[in-house]
Design a protein around this ligand. Sequence first.
Ligand code: PEP
Ligand code: MG
Length: 580
Amino acid sequence: MQRLQGIAVSPGVAIGEALVVDNEGFRIPRRFLPRDAVDEELGRLDRALAAAAAEVQRNRDRVQTQLGDEYAAIFTAHLQMLNDRRLREEIVDLIRNRHYSPEYAVSRSLRRYAKAFQEIEGEYMSERANDIFDIEKRILRNLLGQRREELSQVTSPVLVLARNLTPSETANLNPQFVLGLATEVGGPGSHTAIVAEGLGIPAVVGIGGFLTDVSGGDTVIVDGDQGMVILSPDEETLARYRHEVEEQRSLATKLERLRELPAETTDGQRIQLLGNIEFPAEVHQCLDRGADGIGLYRTEFLYLGRDDDPSEDAHHAAYAEVAETMADHPVVIRTLDLGADKLRTLPDPEDERNPFLGLRSIRLALKNRDMFRTQLRAILRASAHGNIRLMFPLIGTLMELRQAKMVLADAMEDLEEAGIAFDRDMKVGMMVEVPAAVVMMDMFVHEVDFFSIGTNDLIQYCLAVDRSNKDVASLYTAADPAVLRLIQMAINSANKAGVPISMCGQMCGSPMYTMLLLGLGLRSMSVTPSAVPEIKRVCRTVAIDQCQRVAEHALKLDNARDIKTYLKEELTKVFPEFPV
Ligand code: PEP
Ligand code: MG
C-alpha cells in the first residue's frame, strides 16, 4: 500500500482499477487474454521486441557515426536489455501463465526493474531507471501502434491516472466509466480540476511523479475530499473507504429531498442558487438538483476539442437548447474565455510567456472581432428563446467593457436590419475577476446590469499565484484576507448601487465559505451542479445575522490558515457531519 498526497479538487471517493495514461498518452491496459490467444499474443510481443531493437540499432549506428562510441554506448545498453533472454522469459511467463496482455506484462516487468534502480541511491542509478522507462515506452509504442485508445472510449469502470489532462480531454471523459481521476501536475484552480468537479468525478491533482509506481489494473483509491491517492490499499483501508462511499451515497439521498425547496435562510432571506455549466447537457444536472438557473455557461468549451471555429448556427443550437430547457429560469451565457489553459494548441512560448497575463479571454475576443461577432449574433438570436443574459469575462478596464458593448451593439443593429428576432432588453453583465475591476467598481456599476465575481481568477491575480501550478498551490486560497477584502469591496459597491451581484468562482461551491459570503451581503451564487444541494442545505440552516457575525470575525483575522480553521469550526457547529 502506498499513500500519495496531492491537491483535492473534486470531492468524493472512488475505488477501482487504475487506467494509467503515461506522458505520451499511452493507455496501458490490463487485459486478460483468452487462453487460445496466448500464442498469437506471444508472436505480437516478439515482433514488438524485434522492431524496438531494430529502432535502437538504427539510433546507435547513427549516433556512432555522428558522435562516436561513447555516446553510442547508451543505445548499446538499451539493445542489451531488449535482447535480454531473462527479461523476455519473465514477460512470456506473465503472458502464458497469468494470461496478461503483452502491454501489461511489459509494463509490469520493466517497471519493477526501474523501481529497483530508483530505490538505489545515486544519480547514476536513477538515470538507469529512466533508461528502463524509455525502453518500456519504445516497446509499448510498437505494441500499441495504431491501437492507441482514446480516453473518451473507455467502456469499463476505471480510475484514470495521468501525468496531465487538458480541460478538453477531461471534458470528454465519460463519468459513467471514469470513476476517479488523479494527475501528477495541475493546480487547485485549473480548468481540468473545474471540469472534473463539473462532471462529478472525484479528483486529486498535483501529486508529483507517481505513475511509475502503478500499473494498469492495480486497485487504487482516489480520495477527492482529502486530496489523497492510495495505491494497492490493504483490506482494512479498503473496508474503511467502502464504508465512506456508502455514507456519501446516503448523504446524497438525503440532500436529494431538498430539490423542490428554496435556498432560503431561517430568517426568510431567499438566496438565488444557480449552476455552472460547460456543456448544454449539464442543464439537466442543474434542474435535477434544484438550481434556480444557470449562473455561468462557459461557452469556450464549444471551441475546445475541435479544429475549426464553431459556426454561428452551431453556437446558436447550443444556446437555444440551454435556454429552452431552462424555460424561464435565467441563463447567463459568458462570451468566449479562451486562452491561458483553455487552448486548442499550446502557443509558442515566444508569443506567450505568461499565458494568464497574455492574450486571453475578452482581450482575445476583441482582437478576433469576426469570431466574437459570430458568437454574439448567436447569443442574441438565442435570446428570443428564453431568459438569456450575456456576460463578458476578464474585464479589467472600462474601455474594454465599452469596446465589447460596442461590438454587441453592432451585432444587434445587424440583426435588427435583417429582421431577426432577439431580446432587445437582454441584460448585459461582466465578471469581476481582475482586481482592477474591483477597485473601479463605483464606475462599472453605471455600465452593466449585473456582476459575477470570478474568484478562480481573482485569487490568482490578487495573490500573484498561478491557479494551475501545483508548486504554489498552498498559496492559492480564497481564504486569504486580501482576497476576502476584495470580495467585500465588490459586494459592497454593487449592493450600494443596487446592481445585482453574484459569484460563480469555485469558492462559493464550498460549504465552508457559505456563511461568510452570506454575511458579506452576497445573495446569489453559481456553483458546480453537484454542489447545489449542499450549499442549499447550509443556506436553509443559517440566519443572516449569524452569518454577519461570522464574516465580521473572519475579516478580523490576518491570515488564511486561521480564517480557514475558524470557518471550518463554524460550519462544524452547524453541520457536525460535513467532511471539512
Ligand atoms: C473564475 O475565474 O472564477 C471563473 C468562474 O471563470 P473561469 O474559472 O472559467 O476562469
Ligand atoms: Mg475566470
